[in-house]
Design a binder for this molecule. Structure first.
Ligand code: BGC
Length: 794
């Protein structure tokens, strides 16, 4: 391959080389027909493949998010997930999937916590490595991100993370090291700076990434993370998005003048050519991937979602007996979060809410009980008609002056114009629909968006405003734009003609990141107190109350950190009120990251669903009825209160976020502080019972006899932790060294053997990796605080 790369490089002049090291488009790497190189689309990632555009007409399978995947504690599952992701990538013509996201859960406030795997570097590394291997086995590149220390969102473009060498190597770099070992073809560097240098120019790209670890793939910048033309002399290889800006003509001048050596550019081009050969964009065709039918894809998502759900408490109420009459309550029962907000968003072709999934499986009554948000929602398809076609949906027109450049029938009222070619040539876009009221009362009708926006209702201008971008972060501006509305009183069946006309706005001028607009509504609804009381009434009459609570896209998403771990709205109050009148209450928590659960000891069961992907309701029904047992274990510690969390802060001071806690994050910090969390790392229950016996240590292997002592099949996750009580260096109280998931039939026993890797014994010293001579303590069991088996290893 090397000869071929040199041959191709020799055919390129400076302009040809520079074309390749910047994107050709928002999600597209450049090609060069003269050397037979195709343009190479890439896509977010990581929990599904959106494709180049954000368009409901080309939907994607929505998979469980990072925390859910890690909660399976089962890297073997990534085989199926990776195959599905690769299949989706190929279907969408994509050569690289921008994932996995593998920053650490340093603070539970981190807005992208849901997208990352865990607070523990080993669990993160195992899942990330399996992801990379599984996707790339099918000829599609993965792209581990964001290198490195991009563990929170506040001031993410500018924050300078100060982190010591030891924590950097033992915690934050380690998962990346493992994905490089796994052969990652591409890796994304982060927006933030580390120890004074922005990551797209960081010396960490040379050492350890390209030096000691031998990474021979492409380092792609996070989108718009390249800050200067001079940065081309440093380790980032590909500046995204395109078309070329800082590395375009300004860079050509600097190379011609000798200010930047052409050899630095050549190294980047070699890497891009190597990548192109690997993914089949040069000298060949892409490797065929497996093909999934819709039913097969749905089956994978449903099984993984159930494997990921963590039952943290169960007094025996679950699984529910057939015929149990449930009151299904909570705002997320009918309007759950399937996936996290931000660049990880995909548009699934179908989704199953808890309400839809449980309907027909158990007799149920339903009301939300709490109105979670005062915001408009995109007008649902069921109540909008495209006036052009008469079909459910919206008519979208792209206008340049008086010329109509194009008209589309769309089946969404939320238009995201990222990558829409017509938008790039228009100055106005219009969403037009007939809205048919399905509820009588006061309707809010309006829009979400940025720019000069007009709302016409029945041909009359109702609003006409210049709406300013209220955040410098394009992700936030895209997904959570300002909203405006008017109120109209409608009877059931009334129709109004609604038109939203918006100027085309760029999130970052010159970069082609174009925002969108939403035609939004809010239906008339019961007054808050009435709705709350209705839910409590339903709970009183039911055998069991199932309450699905959760976060919102406003508080848990890319681009923002949370300020508290409390559930929004009156959700805590609802659970407390329901539990007070019906102790047979099961709470399902639909969040990507920890939330406070002040009522947790007063309810019969608590199940954490994470963001489980499009089959949420089906997987939940499987678990509640006992068709499947919940297979998850906590990949991160769940606190009792926000104030208890030992490492919380995500707000930089004078631009600096200091990781003063060093190597003590997650359960390491909890153990050191001696504070008891609500539920510890590694904890999770199933529906059977277990015994673990007979610890045997041989060299650096640990074996335990694991027995399913119950009467149904089940999964257990055996975990081994090391500690070093009399160490001469600062150590975590204990740290995860190995784990394995085991599934056993009723009565079945198995000897489970864990190999403790060399790295588990090493620490990062002044001269690199070292092992402190002497004995380490090993403890084995089923969570970081349930470790009945103790021995010693050297
Ligand atoms: C995110 C990346 C993402 C990229 C492209 C950035 O804002 O941080 O994770 O891959 O956008 O959408």
């Amino acid at each position: 391959m090397q000869d071929r790369i040199e041959e191709l490089l020799a055919e390129l002049d400076l302009a040809g080389k520079l074309r390749l090291i910047s994107g050709a488009g928002l999600f597209r790497m450049a090609g060069d027909p003269a050397i037979g190189l195709a343009e190479m689309p890439v896509s977010d990632g990581p929990s599904g493949v959106r494709g180049e555009n954000w368009d409901e007409r080309d939907p994607s399978v929505s998979l469980p998010s990072g925390t859910a995947i890690a909660a399976t504690w089962d890297p073997a599952l990534l085989g199926e997930i990776g195959a599905l992701i690769a299949a989706e990538a190929r279907r969408k013509g994509v050569y690289a999937v921008l994932g996995p996201t593998m920053n650490l859960h340093r603070s539970p406030l981190g807005g992208r916590h849901f997208e990352c795997f865990s607070e523990d570097p080993l669990l993160t590394a195992e899942m990330a490595e399996a992801y990379v291997r599984a996707v790339q086995a099918h000829g599609v590149s993965a792209c581990p991100k964001h290198y490195v220390a991009n563990d929170s969102e506040t001031d993410r473009f500018t924050v300078d993370v100060h982190v010591g060498d030891r924590a950097l190597h033992e915690l934050y770099l380690y998962p990346f090291e493992r994905t490089v070992e796994a052969g990652a073809w591409m890796l994304m560097d982060a927006y933030n700076a580390v120890n004074g240098t922005t990551m797209t120019e960081s010396p960490l790209l040379d050492e350890p990434l390209k030096g000691a670890w031998g990474f021979d793939g492409v380092v792609v910048s996070d989108w718009t993370a390249v800050r200067s033309t001079e940065s081309a002399a440093q380790g980032t290889d590909l500046c995204m998005p395109g078309p070329p800006y800082l590395w375009g003509e300004p860079l050509a001048e600097k190379v011609r003048s000798g200010e930047i050596a052409e050899s630095a550019i050549d190294d980047k081009v070699r890497r891009i050519l190597r990548f192109a050969i690997r993914v089949g964009a040069l000298d060949g065709t892409p490797q065929p991937t497996p093909v999934f039918t819709d039913a097969q894809a749905q089956d994978v998502v449903r099984r993984v979602a159930a494997q990921a759900m963590v039952l943290v408490r169960n007094d025996g109420i679950l699984p529910l007996a057939p015929g149990t009459k449930i009151a299904l309550l909570g705002p997320a029962a009918g309007e759950p979060r399937f996936l996290g907000g931000g660049s990880a968003t995909v548009i699934p072709g179908h989704t199953i809410t808890p309400l839809a999934g449980l309907d027909g499986r158990l007799p149920l009554t339903h009301t939300a009980g709490v109105h979670l948000s005062e915001d408009l929602i995109p007008a649902p398809l069921a109540i909008v008609i495209d006036p052009e076609t008469g079909e459910p949906g919206v008519s979208v027109r792209y206008l340049a002056g008086d010329t109509v450049l194009g008209t589309q029938h769309r089946t969404t009222s939320r238009l995201v114009l990222l990558g829409e070619p017509l938008a790039a040539r228009s100055d106005l876009v219009e969403l037009h629909a007939r809205l048919r009221a399905d509820t009588a009362g006061d309707w809010q009708i309006g829009f979400g968006g940025v720019g000069h926006i007009r709302l016409d209702i029945d041909g009359e201008t109702a609003l006409d405003e210049n709406v300013a971008l209220d955040s410098g972060d394009p992700a936030a501006a895209l997904l959570n734009p300002p909203q405006r509305h008017v109120t109209r009183t409608l009877a059931v069946g009334d129709e109004v003609d609604v038109r939203v006309v918006t100027s085309i706005e760029e999130a970052m001028p010159g970069l082609g990141i174009i925002l969108g607009a939403t035609l939004g509504i809010r239906r008339p609804q019961r007054a808050d107190d009435e709705e709350f009381a209705a839910a409590v009434d339903l709970a009183r009459e039911a055998d069991v109350a199932v309450i699905v609570v959760g976060t919102t896209e406003q508080i848990e998403s890319e681009g923002v950190d949370r300020t508290s771990l409390r559930l929004p709205g009156r959700q805590d109050e609802l659970v407390a009120a329901v539990a007070a009148i019906n102790p047979r209450t099961v709470v399902v928590v639909n969040s990507g990251a920890p939330v406070e659960m002040p009522w947790r000891d007063d309810v019969a069961a608590v199940l954490l669903s994470w963001f489980p992907g499009q089959e949420f309701g089906a997987a939940l029904a499987d678990i509640l009825t006992g068709t499947t047992e919940p297979g998850g274990r906590l990949p991160t510690t769940w606190p009792k209160t926000t104030a208890d969390v030992p490492v919380l802060n995500t707000t930089p001071v004078d631009g600096v976020l200091d990781y003063t806690e060093g190597i003590h994050i997650g359960y390491r910090a909890w153990l050191r502080a001696g504070i008891e969390p609500a539920y510890p790392f590694g904890h999770g229950l199933g529906y059977t019972t277990w015994s673990t016996n007979d610890l045997v240590i041989a060299g650096r292997t640990v074996s335990l006899t694991v027995t399913n002592t119950g009467d149904r099949p089940g999964k257990q996750v055996i975990q081994a932790y090391l500690s070093r009580p009399d160490s001469v260096i600062d150590r975590p109280v204990r740290w995860l060294a190995a784990f394995t998931a085991v599934t056993l039939a009723p009565g079945e026993s198995r000897i489970v053997t864990l190999t403790l890797p060399r790295r588990a014994f090493e620490h990062w010293g002044p001269d690199g990796w070292e092992i402190e001579p002497g004995e380490f303590t090993v403890q084995a069991g089923t969570s970081v605080t349930d470790l009945p088996h103790i021995g010693h290893v050297c």
